[in-house]
Design a protein around this ligand. Structure first.
Ligand code: F6R
Length: 615
Protein backbone atom coordinates (compact mmCIF):
# COMPACT_ATOMS: atom_id res chain seq x y z
CA UNK A 1 0.00 0.00 0.00
CA UNK A 2 1.79 3.15 1.03
CA UNK A 3 1.69 6.55 -0.62
CA UNK A 4 4.41 8.38 -2.52
CA UNK A 5 4.84 12.04 -3.40
CA UNK A 6 7.88 13.51 -5.12
CA UNK A 7 8.58 17.06 -6.29
CA UNK A 8 11.10 18.77 -8.53
CA UNK A 9 10.53 22.43 -9.36
CA UNK A 10 11.30 25.97 -8.40
CA UNK A 11 9.52 26.01 -5.02
CA UNK A 12 10.47 24.71 -1.59
CA UNK A 13 9.65 20.99 -1.70
CA UNK A 14 8.80 20.32 1.96
CA UNK A 15 5.40 22.08 2.25
CA UNK A 16 4.22 20.67 -1.09
CA UNK A 17 5.35 17.18 -0.16
CA UNK A 18 3.65 17.31 3.24
CA UNK A 19 0.42 18.57 1.76
CA UNK A 20 0.43 15.79 -0.82
CA UNK A 21 1.28 13.22 1.83
CA UNK A 22 -1.67 14.26 3.97
CA UNK A 23 -3.93 13.54 1.00
CA UNK A 24 -2.42 10.09 0.65
CA UNK A 25 -2.61 9.15 4.30
CA UNK A 26 -5.56 6.90 3.48
CA UNK A 27 -3.06 4.56 1.81
CA UNK A 28 -1.28 3.76 5.05
CA UNK A 29 -0.31 5.51 8.21
CA UNK A 30 2.08 3.57 10.40
CA UNK A 31 5.16 5.67 9.62
CA UNK A 32 6.30 8.33 7.17
CA UNK A 33 9.43 10.05 5.96
CA UNK A 34 10.94 12.62 3.62
CA UNK A 35 14.26 13.10 1.82
CA UNK A 36 15.36 16.36 0.22
CA UNK A 37 18.40 17.15 -1.92
CA UNK A 38 20.09 20.49 -1.38
CA UNK A 39 23.50 22.09 -1.09
CA UNK A 40 24.26 19.91 1.94
CA UNK A 41 23.50 16.71 0.05
CA UNK A 42 20.78 14.24 0.94
CA UNK A 43 18.80 14.92 4.11
CA UNK A 44 16.35 12.36 5.45
CA UNK A 45 13.79 12.57 8.27
CA UNK A 46 11.54 9.64 9.26
CA UNK A 47 8.99 9.16 12.00
CA UNK A 48 6.80 6.34 13.32
CA UNK A 49 3.07 7.01 13.59
CA UNK A 50 0.77 9.41 11.80
CA UNK A 51 1.96 12.10 9.39
CA UNK A 52 1.55 14.67 12.18
CA UNK A 53 4.63 13.12 13.81
CA UNK A 54 6.66 13.83 10.70
CA UNK A 55 5.19 17.33 10.43
CA UNK A 56 6.11 18.01 14.04
CA UNK A 57 9.68 16.84 13.47
CA UNK A 58 10.02 18.92 10.31
CA UNK A 59 8.61 22.05 11.88
CA UNK A 60 11.53 22.06 14.30
CA UNK A 61 14.07 21.04 11.70
CA UNK A 62 12.81 22.00 8.20
CA UNK A 63 14.35 20.43 5.11
CA UNK A 64 15.21 23.05 2.51
CA UNK A 65 15.50 22.24 -1.16
CA UNK A 66 13.46 22.14 -4.34
CA UNK A 67 13.75 18.40 -5.00
CA UNK A 68 12.37 15.88 -2.57
CA UNK A 69 10.52 12.61 -2.06
CA UNK A 70 8.26 11.42 0.71
CA UNK A 71 6.24 8.41 1.73
CA UNK A 72 3.54 7.21 4.08
CA UNK A 73 3.86 3.54 4.94
CA UNK A 74 1.65 0.56 5.65
CA UNK A 75 4.06 -2.14 6.76
CA UNK A 76 4.43 -5.26 4.62
CA UNK A 77 8.03 -6.35 5.22
CA UNK A 78 9.37 -5.37 8.61
CA UNK A 79 7.68 -3.72 11.58
CA UNK A 80 6.48 -0.12 11.71
CA UNK A 81 9.73 1.36 13.03
CA UNK A 82 11.70 4.45 12.12
CA UNK A 83 14.45 2.45 10.50
CA UNK A 84 11.98 0.51 8.34
CA UNK A 85 10.17 3.69 7.26
CA UNK A 86 10.86 5.19 3.81
CA UNK A 87 12.83 6.81 2.21
CA UNK A 88 15.43 4.05 2.24
CA UNK A 89 18.99 4.88 1.40
CA UNK A 90 21.62 2.72 -0.28
CA UNK A 91 24.93 1.58 1.21
CA UNK A 92 26.59 4.93 0.38
CA UNK A 93 23.79 6.95 1.97
CA UNK A 94 23.69 9.14 -1.16
CA UNK A 95 20.74 7.49 -2.90
CA UNK A 96 17.21 7.50 -1.48
CA UNK A 97 14.10 5.77 -2.73
CA UNK A 98 10.43 5.63 -1.82
CA UNK A 99 8.61 2.51 -2.89
CA UNK A 100 5.10 1.15 -2.95
CA UNK A 101 4.64 -2.54 -3.76
CA UNK A 102 6.37 -5.79 -2.93
CA UNK A 103 9.74 -7.00 -4.25
CA UNK A 104 8.99 -10.71 -4.34
CA UNK A 105 12.54 -11.88 -5.00
CA UNK A 106 14.11 -9.60 -2.42
CA UNK A 107 15.55 -12.61 -0.56
CA UNK A 108 17.56 -13.67 -3.61
CA UNK A 109 18.68 -10.12 -4.33
CA UNK A 110 19.66 -9.59 -0.70
CA UNK A 111 21.79 -12.72 -0.75
CA UNK A 112 23.48 -11.63 -3.96
CA UNK A 113 24.33 -8.24 -2.44
CA UNK A 114 25.33 -9.73 0.93
CA UNK A 115 27.73 -12.03 -0.92
CA UNK A 116 29.35 -8.89 -2.35
CA UNK A 117 29.86 -7.62 1.19
CA UNK A 118 26.85 -5.30 1.62
CA UNK A 119 25.38 -5.08 5.10
CA UNK A 120 21.72 -4.32 5.50
CA UNK A 121 20.18 -2.28 8.31
CA UNK A 122 16.54 -3.32 7.96
CA UNK A 123 14.33 -6.29 7.14
CA UNK A 124 12.58 -4.49 4.28
CA UNK A 125 12.41 -5.38 0.63
CA UNK A 126 12.72 -1.68 -0.25
CA UNK A 127 16.15 -1.37 1.31
CA UNK A 128 17.32 -4.24 -0.90
CA UNK A 129 16.03 -2.36 -3.92
CA UNK A 130 17.79 0.84 -2.78
CA UNK A 131 21.04 -1.10 -2.37
CA UNK A 132 20.65 -2.70 -5.78
CA UNK A 133 20.06 0.62 -7.55
CA UNK A 134 22.96 2.14 -5.57
CA UNK A 135 25.17 -0.78 -6.58
CA UNK A 136 24.49 -0.21 -10.28
CA UNK A 137 24.86 3.56 -9.88
CA UNK A 138 28.32 3.07 -8.40
CA UNK A 139 29.41 0.71 -11.18
CA UNK A 140 28.66 3.40 -13.78
CA UNK A 141 31.27 6.00 -14.68
CA UNK A 142 30.63 9.28 -12.87
CA UNK A 143 30.58 11.07 -16.24
CA UNK A 144 27.72 8.92 -17.48
CA UNK A 145 24.77 10.98 -18.54
CA UNK A 146 21.48 9.48 -17.28
CA UNK A 147 23.40 7.63 -14.58
CA UNK A 148 20.48 7.37 -12.13
CA UNK A 149 18.02 6.39 -14.85
CA UNK A 150 20.37 3.66 -16.09
CA UNK A 151 20.94 2.35 -12.57
CA UNK A 152 17.21 2.22 -11.85
CA UNK A 153 16.52 0.39 -15.10
CA UNK A 154 19.36 -2.05 -14.58
CA UNK A 155 18.12 -2.89 -11.08
CA UNK A 156 14.49 -3.23 -12.10
CA UNK A 157 15.41 -5.75 -14.79
CA UNK A 158 16.34 -8.09 -11.93
CA UNK A 159 13.23 -7.46 -9.88
CA UNK A 160 10.19 -9.71 -9.64
CA UNK A 161 7.20 -8.13 -7.97
CA UNK A 162 5.44 -4.82 -7.95
CA UNK A 163 6.64 -1.27 -7.57
CA UNK A 164 5.77 2.34 -7.87
CA UNK A 165 9.01 4.06 -6.93
CA UNK A 166 10.97 7.27 -7.08
CA UNK A 167 14.75 7.51 -6.69
CA UNK A 168 17.04 10.50 -6.14
CA UNK A 169 20.83 10.65 -5.76
CA UNK A 170 23.18 13.20 -4.29
CA UNK A 171 25.57 12.91 -7.21
CA UNK A 172 22.82 13.79 -9.73
CA UNK A 173 21.18 16.56 -7.74
CA UNK A 174 18.73 17.87 -10.36
CA UNK A 175 17.15 14.54 -11.29
CA UNK A 176 14.48 12.18 -10.04
CA UNK A 177 13.54 8.87 -11.62
CA UNK A 178 10.16 7.20 -11.23
CA UNK A 179 9.10 3.73 -12.32
CA UNK A 180 5.95 1.72 -12.18
CA UNK A 181 4.97 -1.91 -12.30
CA UNK A 182 1.73 -2.91 -10.62
CA UNK A 183 1.59 0.00 -8.16
CA UNK A 184 0.21 3.28 -9.47
CA UNK A 185 2.37 6.29 -10.18
CA UNK A 186 1.08 9.52 -11.65
CA UNK A 187 3.15 12.26 -13.24
CA UNK A 188 1.90 15.79 -12.54
CA UNK A 189 3.11 18.33 -15.09
CA UNK A 190 3.26 22.00 -14.11
CA UNK A 191 4.86 24.98 -15.89
CA UNK A 192 8.12 24.93 -13.91
CA UNK A 193 7.64 21.85 -11.81
CA UNK A 194 6.85 18.15 -11.88
CA UNK A 195 5.34 15.79 -9.36
CA UNK A 196 5.23 12.04 -9.05
CA UNK A 197 2.60 10.56 -6.76
CA UNK A 198 0.61 7.42 -6.04
CA UNK A 199 -2.62 9.22 -6.70
CA UNK A 200 -3.76 12.40 -8.45
CA UNK A 201 -5.22 13.73 -5.20
CA UNK A 202 -1.66 14.47 -4.02
CA UNK A 203 -0.96 16.81 -6.94
CA UNK A 204 -4.37 18.10 -8.03
CA UNK A 205 -4.14 21.31 -6.02
CA UNK A 206 -1.00 22.30 -8.00
CA UNK A 207 -1.47 20.94 -11.47
CA UNK A 208 -4.39 19.42 -13.33
CA UNK A 209 -2.23 18.10 -16.16
CA UNK A 210 -1.37 14.50 -15.37
CA UNK A 211 -0.24 11.28 -16.99
CA UNK A 212 -0.62 7.83 -15.49
CA UNK A 213 2.51 5.76 -15.89
CA UNK A 214 1.88 2.28 -17.32
CA UNK A 215 3.56 -0.89 -16.17
CA UNK A 216 7.28 -0.91 -17.04
CA UNK A 217 7.39 2.87 -17.67
CA UNK A 218 10.42 4.70 -16.33
CA UNK A 219 10.24 8.49 -16.25
CA UNK A 220 13.23 10.73 -15.65
CA UNK A 221 12.58 14.28 -14.56
CA UNK A 222 15.11 17.10 -14.54
CA UNK A 223 14.99 20.89 -14.62
CA UNK A 224 14.23 20.82 -18.37
CA UNK A 225 11.24 18.50 -18.28
CA UNK A 226 10.63 14.77 -18.36
CA UNK A 227 11.66 11.85 -20.54
CA UNK A 228 9.95 8.47 -20.79
CA UNK A 229 11.54 5.05 -21.26
CA UNK A 230 10.19 1.57 -20.88
CA UNK A 231 11.45 -1.73 -19.52
CA UNK A 232 9.23 -3.56 -22.00
CA UNK A 233 9.40 -3.72 -25.79
CA UNK A 234 6.12 -1.91 -26.37
CA UNK A 235 6.86 1.61 -25.46
CA UNK A 236 4.18 4.17 -26.23
CA UNK A 237 4.03 7.84 -25.28
CA UNK A 238 2.32 8.94 -22.09
CA UNK A 239 -1.34 9.79 -22.33
CA UNK A 240 -1.69 13.24 -20.84
CA UNK A 241 -5.06 14.21 -19.46
CA UNK A 242 -6.66 17.09 -17.57
CA UNK A 243 -8.24 16.33 -14.23
CA UNK A 244 -10.85 18.29 -12.38
CA UNK A 245 -9.78 19.83 -9.11
CA UNK A 246 -12.45 20.55 -6.54
CA UNK A 247 -10.92 22.16 -3.52
CA UNK A 248 -12.51 21.47 -0.20
CA UNK A 249 -14.47 18.34 -1.20
CA UNK A 250 -12.54 16.27 1.27
CA UNK A 251 -13.10 18.55 4.24
CA UNK A 252 -14.96 17.32 7.31
CA UNK A 253 -17.18 20.37 7.70
CA UNK A 254 -19.19 20.27 10.92
CA UNK A 255 -18.81 16.54 11.40
CA UNK A 256 -16.41 15.15 14.00
CA UNK A 257 -15.27 12.36 11.67
CA UNK A 258 -15.15 11.70 7.95
CA UNK A 259 -17.00 8.45 8.54
CA UNK A 260 -20.02 10.22 10.02
CA UNK A 261 -19.92 12.82 7.27
CA UNK A 262 -19.86 10.09 4.64
CA UNK A 263 -22.70 8.18 6.30
CA UNK A 264 -24.77 11.35 6.25
CA UNK A 265 -23.89 12.03 2.60
CA UNK A 266 -25.73 8.93 1.46
CA UNK A 267 -29.04 10.55 0.47
CA UNK A 268 -26.99 12.62 -1.98
CA UNK A 269 -24.46 9.99 -3.05
CA UNK A 270 -27.35 7.66 -3.94
CA UNK A 271 -28.87 10.42 -6.08
CA UNK A 272 -25.52 10.93 -7.77
CA UNK A 273 -25.25 7.23 -8.59
CA UNK A 274 -28.71 7.24 -10.15
CA UNK A 275 -28.73 10.66 -11.85
CA UNK A 276 -29.37 10.43 -15.60
CA UNK A 277 -29.57 6.66 -15.42
CA UNK A 278 -33.33 6.15 -15.16
CA UNK A 279 -35.35 6.00 -18.34
CA UNK A 280 -38.86 6.81 -17.13
CA UNK A 281 -40.41 6.49 -20.54
CA UNK A 282 -39.28 2.92 -21.00
CA UNK A 283 -39.30 2.03 -17.30
CA UNK A 284 -35.73 0.88 -17.38
CA UNK A 285 -32.18 1.98 -16.58
CA UNK A 286 -29.67 3.41 -19.05
CA UNK A 287 -26.03 2.66 -18.41
CA UNK A 288 -24.14 3.93 -21.43
CA UNK A 289 -20.71 3.24 -19.97
CA UNK A 290 -21.24 -0.52 -20.18
CA UNK A 291 -20.26 -0.32 -23.85
CA UNK A 292 -22.61 -3.20 -24.64
CA UNK A 293 -25.40 -3.01 -27.21
CA UNK A 294 -28.86 -4.39 -26.39
CA UNK A 295 -28.15 -7.66 -28.15
CA UNK A 296 -24.92 -8.17 -26.23
CA UNK A 297 -26.74 -7.42 -22.98
CA UNK A 298 -29.44 -9.91 -23.95
CA UNK A 299 -26.84 -12.60 -24.60
CA UNK A 300 -25.25 -12.49 -21.14
CA UNK A 301 -26.16 -15.81 -19.54
CA UNK A 302 -24.01 -15.69 -16.41
CA UNK A 303 -22.34 -12.99 -14.35
CA UNK A 304 -19.34 -13.35 -12.04
CA UNK A 305 -18.91 -10.49 -9.58
CA UNK A 306 -15.49 -10.16 -8.03
CA UNK A 307 -14.28 -7.75 -5.31
CA UNK A 308 -12.79 -7.53 -1.81
CA UNK A 309 -14.10 -6.49 1.60
CA UNK A 310 -17.02 -4.12 1.64
CA UNK A 311 -17.21 -4.08 -2.16
CA UNK A 312 -17.51 -7.87 -2.05
CA UNK A 313 -20.43 -7.55 0.36
CA UNK A 314 -22.13 -5.13 -2.04
CA UNK A 315 -21.54 -7.77 -4.72
CA UNK A 316 -23.20 -10.38 -2.50
CA UNK A 317 -26.30 -8.23 -2.27
CA UNK A 318 -25.96 -7.60 -6.02
CA UNK A 319 -25.99 -11.33 -6.68
CA UNK A 320 -29.45 -11.67 -5.14
CA UNK A 321 -30.69 -8.46 -6.76
CA UNK A 322 -29.69 -9.40 -10.31
CA UNK A 323 -30.93 -12.98 -9.97
CA UNK A 324 -34.26 -11.79 -8.65
CA UNK A 325 -34.80 -8.91 -11.08
CA UNK A 326 -33.20 -10.31 -14.22
CA UNK A 327 -33.09 -14.09 -13.66
CA UNK A 328 -29.47 -14.18 -14.79
CA UNK A 329 -27.33 -16.59 -12.72
CA UNK A 330 -24.75 -14.68 -10.70
CA UNK A 331 -21.79 -15.84 -8.67
CA UNK A 332 -19.72 -13.79 -6.31
CA UNK A 333 -16.03 -14.52 -5.95
CA UNK A 334 -13.40 -13.13 -3.59
CA UNK A 335 -11.01 -11.41 -6.00
CA UNK A 336 -8.05 -12.90 -4.13
CA UNK A 337 -9.37 -16.42 -4.83
CA UNK A 338 -10.71 -15.78 -8.30
CA UNK A 339 -7.40 -14.49 -9.62
CA UNK A 340 -5.66 -17.78 -8.77
CA UNK A 341 -8.47 -20.15 -9.57
CA UNK A 342 -9.36 -21.64 -12.91
CA UNK A 343 -13.07 -21.05 -12.73
CA UNK A 344 -14.85 -22.47 -15.80
CA UNK A 345 -16.60 -19.66 -17.68
CA UNK A 346 -17.97 -19.56 -21.19
CA UNK A 347 -17.91 -16.69 -23.64
CA UNK A 348 -21.29 -15.39 -22.54
CA UNK A 349 -20.13 -14.93 -18.96
CA UNK A 350 -19.74 -11.31 -17.97
CA UNK A 351 -17.27 -10.43 -15.20
CA UNK A 352 -17.94 -7.39 -13.00
CA UNK A 353 -15.13 -6.06 -10.81
CA UNK A 354 -16.30 -3.80 -7.98
CA UNK A 355 -13.97 -1.39 -6.21
CA UNK A 356 -14.28 2.00 -4.59
CA UNK A 357 -10.63 2.90 -5.13
CA UNK A 358 -10.11 1.00 -8.36
CA UNK A 359 -6.61 0.25 -7.06
CA UNK A 360 -7.13 -2.87 -4.94
CA UNK A 361 -4.40 -5.25 -6.02
CA UNK A 362 -6.47 -8.44 -5.73
CA UNK A 363 -9.39 -6.96 -7.67
CA UNK A 364 -7.03 -5.78 -10.40
CA UNK A 365 -5.42 -9.24 -10.42
CA UNK A 366 -8.86 -10.84 -10.85
CA UNK A 367 -9.90 -8.52 -13.66
CA UNK A 368 -6.60 -9.04 -15.48
CA UNK A 369 -6.93 -12.82 -15.20
CA UNK A 370 -10.48 -12.67 -16.59
CA UNK A 371 -9.39 -10.45 -19.48
CA UNK A 372 -6.39 -12.67 -20.18
CA UNK A 373 -8.90 -15.47 -20.72
CA UNK A 374 -10.84 -13.33 -23.16
CA UNK A 375 -13.77 -12.36 -20.94
CA UNK A 376 -15.43 -9.02 -21.04
CA UNK A 377 -14.89 -7.26 -17.73
CA UNK A 378 -16.95 -4.34 -16.49
CA UNK A 379 -16.10 -2.20 -13.49
CA UNK A 380 -18.17 -0.56 -10.79
CA UNK A 381 -15.84 2.03 -9.42
CA UNK A 382 -15.69 5.39 -7.67
CA UNK A 383 -12.26 6.62 -8.67
CA UNK A 384 -12.53 7.66 -12.31
CA UNK A 385 -8.76 8.05 -12.61
CA UNK A 386 -8.04 4.55 -11.30
CA UNK A 387 -6.28 1.58 -12.82
CA UNK A 388 -9.53 -0.39 -12.73
CA UNK A 389 -11.32 2.34 -14.69
CA UNK A 390 -8.60 2.21 -17.33
CA UNK A 391 -8.32 -1.54 -17.61
CA UNK A 392 -11.97 -2.59 -17.82
CA UNK A 393 -14.00 -2.82 -21.02
CA UNK A 394 -16.67 -0.53 -19.64
CA UNK A 395 -18.60 0.01 -16.47
CA UNK A 396 -20.50 2.29 -14.18
CA UNK A 397 -18.99 5.07 -12.10
CA UNK A 398 -20.38 5.58 -8.63
CA UNK A 399 -19.89 9.38 -8.46
CA UNK A 400 -19.95 9.10 -4.66
CA UNK A 401 -17.27 11.76 -4.21
CA UNK A 402 -14.10 11.12 -2.20
CA UNK A 403 -14.46 8.54 0.54
CA UNK A 404 -11.81 9.48 3.07
CA UNK A 405 -12.73 7.35 6.07
CA UNK A 406 -10.95 4.02 5.95
CA UNK A 407 -14.21 2.24 6.74
CA UNK A 408 -16.24 2.25 3.54
CA UNK A 409 -19.83 3.47 3.86
CA UNK A 410 -21.26 5.54 1.02
CA UNK A 411 -19.37 3.50 -1.56
CA UNK A 412 -21.24 0.39 -0.38
CA UNK A 413 -24.67 1.92 -0.88
CA UNK A 414 -23.68 3.38 -4.26
CA UNK A 415 -22.43 -0.01 -5.41
CA UNK A 416 -25.63 -1.65 -4.23
CA UNK A 417 -27.90 0.84 -6.02
CA UNK A 418 -25.87 0.32 -9.20
CA UNK A 419 -26.67 -3.39 -8.93
CA UNK A 420 -30.36 -2.45 -8.70
CA UNK A 421 -29.94 -0.36 -11.89
CA UNK A 422 -28.18 -3.25 -13.59
CA UNK A 423 -30.88 -5.71 -12.43
CA UNK A 424 -33.53 -3.35 -13.78
CA UNK A 425 -31.78 -2.96 -17.14
CA UNK A 426 -31.16 -6.70 -17.62
CA UNK A 427 -34.57 -7.56 -16.18
CA UNK A 428 -36.43 -5.28 -18.58
CA UNK A 429 -34.73 -7.12 -21.44
CA UNK A 430 -36.00 -10.40 -20.09
CA UNK A 431 -38.94 -10.94 -17.74
CA UNK A 432 -39.87 -7.64 -16.13
CA UNK A 433 -42.97 -5.86 -17.39
CA UNK A 434 -43.10 -2.07 -17.82
CA UNK A 435 -45.19 -1.75 -14.66
CA UNK A 436 -42.70 -3.82 -12.68
CA UNK A 437 -39.93 -1.60 -14.05
CA UNK A 438 -41.86 1.47 -12.95
CA UNK A 439 -42.25 0.01 -9.47
CA UNK A 440 -38.49 -0.46 -9.22
CA UNK A 441 -37.86 3.10 -10.36
CA UNK A 442 -40.27 4.39 -7.73
CA UNK A 443 -38.45 2.40 -5.05
CA UNK A 444 -35.12 3.84 -6.22
CA UNK A 445 -36.48 7.37 -6.20
CA UNK A 446 -37.86 6.95 -2.69
CA UNK A 447 -34.45 6.00 -1.29
CA UNK A 448 -32.86 9.39 -0.49
CA UNK A 449 -35.78 10.35 1.78
CA UNK A 450 -35.87 6.91 3.32
CA UNK A 451 -32.15 7.05 4.11
CA UNK A 452 -32.75 10.42 5.75
CA UNK A 453 -35.37 8.74 7.96
CA UNK A 454 -32.77 6.22 9.12
CA UNK A 455 -30.19 8.95 9.72
CA UNK A 456 -32.64 10.75 12.00
CA UNK A 457 -32.35 7.81 14.37
CA UNK A 458 -28.66 8.39 14.93
CA UNK A 459 -29.04 9.30 18.62
CA UNK A 460 -31.36 6.34 19.27
CA UNK A 461 -28.76 4.08 17.66
CA UNK A 462 -26.06 5.70 19.81
CA UNK A 463 -28.08 4.80 22.92
CA UNK A 464 -28.25 1.20 21.79
CA UNK A 465 -24.51 1.18 21.10
CA UNK A 466 -23.88 2.53 24.60
CA UNK A 467 -25.98 -0.22 26.14
CA UNK A 468 -23.89 -2.91 24.43
CA UNK A 469 -20.52 -1.18 24.55
CA UNK A 470 -19.16 -3.69 27.10
CA UNK A 471 -19.64 -6.61 24.71
CA UNK A 472 -16.59 -8.59 23.64
CA UNK A 473 -18.34 -10.28 20.78
CA UNK A 474 -21.38 -9.73 18.54
CA UNK A 475 -23.31 -11.78 16.01
CA UNK A 476 -25.03 -10.39 12.92
CA UNK A 477 -27.71 -12.39 11.10
CA UNK A 478 -29.50 -11.79 7.80
CA UNK A 479 -31.12 -13.84 5.06
CA UNK A 480 -31.14 -13.42 1.27
CA UNK A 481 -30.46 -9.80 0.35
CA UNK A 482 -29.86 -9.01 4.02
CA UNK A 483 -27.16 -11.67 4.33
CA UNK A 484 -24.53 -9.40 2.73
CA UNK A 485 -25.68 -6.68 5.16
CA UNK A 486 -25.06 -9.00 8.12
CA UNK A 487 -21.50 -9.50 6.83
CA UNK A 488 -21.04 -5.79 6.22
CA UNK A 489 -22.47 -4.83 9.62
CA UNK A 490 -20.04 -7.23 11.30
CA UNK A 491 -17.12 -5.96 9.21
CA UNK A 492 -17.86 -2.34 10.12
CA UNK A 493 -18.11 -3.25 13.80
CA UNK A 494 -14.79 -5.10 13.95
CA UNK A 495 -12.90 -2.65 11.75
CA UNK A 496 -13.52 0.43 13.82
CA UNK A 497 -14.52 -0.74 17.31
CA UNK A 498 -12.26 -3.86 17.40
CA UNK A 499 -15.14 -5.85 18.91
CA UNK A 500 -15.15 -9.37 17.58
CA UNK A 501 -18.12 -9.67 15.23
CA UNK A 502 -19.36 -12.38 12.90
CA UNK A 503 -21.97 -12.21 10.16
CA UNK A 504 -23.97 -15.29 9.16
CA UNK A 505 -26.97 -16.34 7.11
CA UNK A 506 -29.69 -16.39 9.77
CA UNK A 507 -30.66 -20.04 9.52
CA UNK A 508 -27.05 -21.18 9.95
CA UNK A 509 -27.50 -20.21 13.57
CA UNK A 510 -28.74 -23.72 14.40
CA UNK A 511 -25.78 -25.39 12.75
CA UNK A 512 -23.18 -24.36 15.26
CA UNK A 513 -23.17 -20.61 15.85
CA UNK A 514 -25.82 -20.83 18.56
CA UNK A 515 -23.11 -22.27 20.81
CA UNK A 516 -21.73 -18.72 21.05
CA UNK A 517 -24.99 -17.27 22.33
CA UNK A 518 -25.14 -16.17 25.98
CA UNK A 519 -26.36 -13.18 28.02
CA UNK A 520 -23.28 -11.16 27.10
CA UNK A 521 -23.27 -11.71 23.35
CA UNK A 522 -25.74 -9.51 21.49
CA UNK A 523 -27.18 -10.64 18.16
CA UNK A 524 -28.15 -8.12 15.52
CA UNK A 525 -31.10 -9.51 13.60
CA UNK A 526 -31.91 -8.11 10.16
CA UNK A 527 -35.60 -8.88 9.88
CA UNK A 528 -37.48 -6.39 7.72
CA UNK A 529 -40.94 -7.43 6.53
CA UNK A 530 -40.07 -9.64 3.58
CA UNK A 531 -40.62 -13.22 2.47
CA UNK A 532 -38.27 -14.53 5.16
CA UNK A 533 -39.75 -12.60 8.06
CA UNK A 534 -41.59 -15.48 9.82
CA UNK A 535 -38.55 -17.72 9.58
CA UNK A 536 -36.39 -14.93 11.00
CA UNK A 537 -38.69 -14.53 13.99
CA UNK A 538 -38.38 -18.26 14.70
CA UNK A 539 -34.61 -17.94 14.71
CA UNK A 540 -34.77 -14.84 16.84
CA UNK A 541 -36.75 -16.78 19.45
CA UNK A 542 -34.11 -19.50 19.46
CA UNK A 543 -31.64 -16.83 20.57
CA UNK A 544 -34.00 -15.41 23.18
CA UNK A 545 -34.57 -18.91 24.57
CA UNK A 546 -30.83 -18.95 25.33
CA UNK A 547 -30.95 -15.52 26.97
CA UNK A 548 -29.09 -13.84 24.13
CA UNK A 549 -29.83 -10.10 23.79
CA UNK A 550 -31.30 -9.22 20.39
CA UNK A 551 -31.14 -5.93 18.46
CA UNK A 552 -33.61 -6.11 15.60
CA UNK A 553 -33.53 -4.05 12.43
CA UNK A 554 -37.17 -4.16 11.40
CA UNK A 555 -39.73 -2.44 9.22
CA UNK A 556 -41.46 0.64 10.56
CA UNK A 557 -44.96 -0.14 11.78
CA UNK A 558 -44.06 -3.67 12.88
CA UNK A 559 -45.38 -3.54 16.43
CA UNK A 560 -44.95 -7.22 17.10
CA UNK A 561 -41.16 -7.05 16.93
CA UNK A 562 -40.83 -5.10 20.18
CA UNK A 563 -42.14 -8.14 22.04
CA UNK A 564 -39.37 -10.31 20.67
CA UNK A 565 -36.32 -8.08 20.58
CA UNK A 566 -34.54 -6.17 23.36
CA UNK A 567 -33.91 -3.19 21.09
CA UNK A 568 -35.24 -2.23 17.69
CA UNK A 569 -34.01 0.05 14.92
CA UNK A 570 -36.81 0.74 12.47
CA UNK A 571 -36.24 1.28 8.77
CA UNK A 572 -38.88 2.54 6.33
CA UNK A 573 -40.88 -0.02 4.37
CA UNK A 574 -39.11 -0.84 1.12
CA UNK A 575 -38.95 -3.68 -1.40
CA UNK A 576 -36.39 -6.38 -0.65
CA UNK A 577 -33.91 -4.99 -3.24
CA UNK A 578 -33.69 -1.50 -1.71
CA UNK A 579 -34.21 -2.45 1.95
CA UNK A 580 -30.52 -3.56 2.30
CA UNK A 581 -29.46 0.04 1.63
CA UNK A 582 -31.59 1.20 4.55
CA UNK A 583 -30.54 -1.50 6.98
CA UNK A 584 -26.85 -1.01 6.22
CA UNK A 585 -27.09 2.70 7.07
CA UNK A 586 -28.43 1.70 10.50
CA UNK A 587 -25.51 -0.70 11.02
CA UNK A 588 -22.96 1.86 9.84
CA UNK A 589 -24.27 4.22 12.52
CA UNK A 590 -24.25 1.44 15.09
CA UNK A 591 -20.57 0.67 14.41
CA UNK A 592 -19.67 4.36 14.27
CA UNK A 593 -21.24 5.20 17.63
CA UNK A 594 -19.76 2.10 19.22
CA UNK A 595 -16.25 3.09 18.08
CA UNK A 596 -16.70 6.67 19.36
CA UNK A 597 -18.03 5.45 22.71
CA UNK A 598 -15.01 3.13 23.01
CA UNK A 599 -12.66 6.00 22.15
CA UNK A 600 -11.28 4.45 18.96
CA UNK A 601 -9.71 6.29 16.05
CA UNK A 602 -12.76 6.05 13.81
CA UNK A 603 -11.34 7.35 10.53
CA UNK A 604 -8.01 5.57 10.82
CA UNK A 605 -8.47 2.25 12.53
CA UNK A 606 -5.39 0.32 13.57
CA UNK A 607 -3.61 -1.92 11.06
CA UNK A 608 -5.83 -0.84 8.16
CA UNK A 609 -5.36 1.31 5.09
CA UNK A 610 -7.95 2.64 2.70
CA UNK A 611 -6.50 1.17 -0.42
CA UNK A 612 -4.94 -2.30 -0.35
CA UNK A 613 -2.42 -2.25 -3.15
CA UNK A 614 -0.51 -5.36 -2.10
CA UNK A 615 -1.61 -8.95 -2.84
C1 F6R B 1 -14.00 -1.92 4.61
C2 F6R B 1 -13.14 -1.53 3.52
C3 F6R B 1 -12.40 -2.58 2.77
C4 F6R B 1 -12.53 -2.30 1.27
C5 F6R B 1 -11.69 -3.28 0.46
C6 F6R B 1 -11.86 -3.06 -1.03
O1 F6R B 1 -14.58 -0.83 5.24
O2 F6R B 1 -13.02 -0.38 3.24
O3 F6R B 1 -12.87 -3.85 3.07
O4 F6R B 1 -13.88 -2.40 0.92
O5 F6R B 1 -10.36 -3.13 0.80
O6 F6R B 1 -11.53 -1.76 -1.38
P1 F6R B 1 -11.94 -1.17 -2.79
O7 F6R B 1 -13.42 -1.02 -2.81
O8 F6R B 1 -11.24 0.13 -2.88
O9 F6R B 1 -11.48 -2.15 -3.81
Amino acid sequence: MCGIVAYLGDKEAQPLLLEGLRRLEYRGYDSSGMAVLNGKGLEVVKKVGRIQQLERALSGQPLHGTLGICHTRWATHGKATEINAHPHTDASGKLAIVHNGVIENYGTLKKKLSDKGFQFRTETDTEVLAFLIGFYFDTLNSETENRLEMAVMEALREVTGTYGLVAIHEDQPGVMVGARRGSPLVLGIGPHEHFLASDVSAVAAHTQTVAHLRDFDVVTIDRNGYRLKSLSQNQAGLEISQIEYQSGVAEMGDFPHFMLKEIFEQPVSIQNAVRGRLNLEESTAQLGGLNLNPQELREIDRIVITACGTALHAGMVGEYIIESLAHVPVEIEYASEFRLRNSPMDRRTLVIAVSQSGETEDTLGALREARRKGHRVLGICNNVASTLARETDGGVYMYAGPEVSVAATKSFTSQTIIFVLLGLLLGRMRFLSASQGRGIIEAIEALPDQITQVLKQSSHIRDIAKKYSHSHSMLFFGRQMQYGIALEGALKMKEISYIHAEGHPTAELKHGIIALVDEKTPSVFLCPKDGAYDKNINNLQQIKARKGPVIAVATEGNEEIVQHADDVIFIPEAPEYTAPILSVVALQLFAYHMAVILGKDVDKPRNLAKSVTVP
